[in-house]
Structures are given as C-alpha cells and as structure tokens.
Write a protein that binds this ligand. Structure first.
Ligand SMILES: [Zn+2]
Length: 270
C-alpha cells in the first residue's frame, strides 16, 4: 500500500510534469473506483490549468481555478506521466491529457483509490478532522504529549490515529518507536514529555529518510512500471521477527495490536 513517503515521492515526481499544464481532455475507463468518480472531474476539469499539486495526508490535490481534484492511491494505485499512445491496460482507469502532449494515467488493480472533487472554499469531508502533517511545522513532541493526556490507548495505536498526526502507517510507527526506545504497548498518556520529543523527531527522521530514498526512483514515474520501493534493507524492526536487534542483538519480537502485528525489541524498547 502506498504510504505517505510514496505519495510524497509521487507528488515530487509529478509536479514538474503537471504544474502549469492545461488539462485538455479527461478519459474515464470506468465510472467508479472505491466510490463513483466525481461528476466535476468530467464537467469542470477539462480546460483547466493545474496551478499546483499538493499532498495532504495520503491524498493528492490538483489545484485549478475551478476547484481541486482529490486523488487517493488506495491499496495499489499508481500515477504515471506517459505518451498517451501507450495502450491502456486492464487496470488503467483514467487519464488526464495535458497540453504538453503527455498524459497522467492512473493504474489500480484493486480499485480502492478514489477521484473526487473539492469545490473552491470548501474542505472535503475526507480531509476534515485530520491531524497535522508529520513533516510540517505543527507537529512536534509537545503536540503529541498534549494530545496524549488521559489516553490509555497503546502509544502505537495513538501514533497511527489520523486525528493525532497523519500518515504514520504501521511500518513507520514501528520504526519510530524503536528509534525512540518506546515499547509499542505503553499507554500513550503515561509517556513523559521528553520521550515524546524523541518520538516526534524519530517520526520525522524515518519519514524524511523514506522520502529521500523514494527520491532516487523519481525517474520511474515516467516509465510504465515505476513504483517506488521501500527501504527494506534499512528497517530495524518491521518484518524482522526473530532476527537479532541491530542495536543489542536480542531477537525482535512480534505482538498483536488490534488487527495488526507489531515488531519491537524487548530490550531496547521500554
Ligand atoms: Zn535491541
């Protein structure tokens, strides 16, 4: 599933191809993805110039004077800029033809993505109530500490709560908790302020690193099979059950947390 770093990498890769370009035609190959494609995509978007491409949480927003196209990649979605003469495959669901002669094409085998619309001056319900961006100025240890007051939930669940901070998925939560030395089951409300400062710094470092790694595959976005890779070889706990901790050598353990599994070092994380 594309996580925040992949979505940000996608945004950075697409921006030079999209910003300032006029959308000449919209081609839909089906009427819906996870939800029906917003009617404004075909009625208002053609003829509009893309002013900028923004990321909010794991959504991408194409800003135009008429409104914003709101894109989510779902579980398996990918956007590519390519020559529109490249034949569309069975999983290519829509494309925007640009005045540059190229096309922005969306591929999604599982179709959990979406293509919605946000009118000027409004906030789409999917974007309402979201916490701050983890790499933005409103996210720090004090923010986490304040939001954690009175919370009995395990800190890993708290950290993945999109109303607390957006875009910290399972991999990045596990890695950030390891880096900060915090046990994933510790009650969120019982963690000291300075440990939250370390955790916020770890979240930024882990996500920032993943984005920089993604940056090395930017050229793939204009090739037909470009999907950014994770940085598996650099993970410390995620997916490493039974393997020795890179810091202390103790075997990495697995615990169940709701529907998810969580890897941690029983020695380094308290
Ligand atoms: Zn360890």
């Amino acid at each position: 599933m594309p996580e925040l770093p992949e979505v940000e990498t996608t945004r950075r890769g697409l921006a030079p191809h999209l910003e300032g370009r006029r959308i000449e035609t919209v081609r839909l190959r089906r009427p819906d993805l996870r939800w029906p494609i917003a009617p404004e995509i075909t009625t208002l978007l053609p003829g509009q110039r893309i002013q900028s491409i923004e990321r909010r949480a794991k959504y991408l927003l194409l800003h135009t004077a008429a409104g914003r196209a709101l894109i989510h990649l779902g579980m398996s979605g990918a956007l590519r800029v390519l020559d529109p003469r490249v034949p569309a495959g069975a999983h290519d669901h829509y494309e925007l033809l640009l005045d540059s002669g190229r096309a922005l094409r969306y591929t999604d085998p599982r179709r959990f993505g979406c293509l919605l619309w946000q009118a000027p001056g409004t906030l789409h319900p999917l974007l309402a109530g979201l916490g701050p961006e983890p790499l933005g100025p409103d996210f720090d240890g004090d923010h986490l500490w304040r939001r954690a007051r009175g919370r009995q939930a395990p800190v890993k669940v708290f950290l993945m709560d999109q109303t607390v901070v957006v875009g910290v998925g399972n991999i990045y939560a596990a890695e950030a908790l390891f880096a900060a030395g915090i046990h994933p089951l510790r009650a969120a409300g019982r963690i000291a302020r300075e440990r939250y400062a370390a955790l916020a710094a770890a979240v930024r470092a882990v996500l920032g690193h993943a984005i920089r790694r993604g940056g090395t595959t930017l050229r793939d976005f204009i090739s037909p099979d470009g999907l950014p890779g994770y940085f598996e070889q650099e993970l410390n706990v995620y997916g490493r059950v039974g393997q020795p901790c890179r810091r202390c050598g103790a075997p990495i353990r697995l615990l169940r947390l709701g529907q998810r599994s969580s890897c941690y070092c029983p020695h380094c994380q308290r």
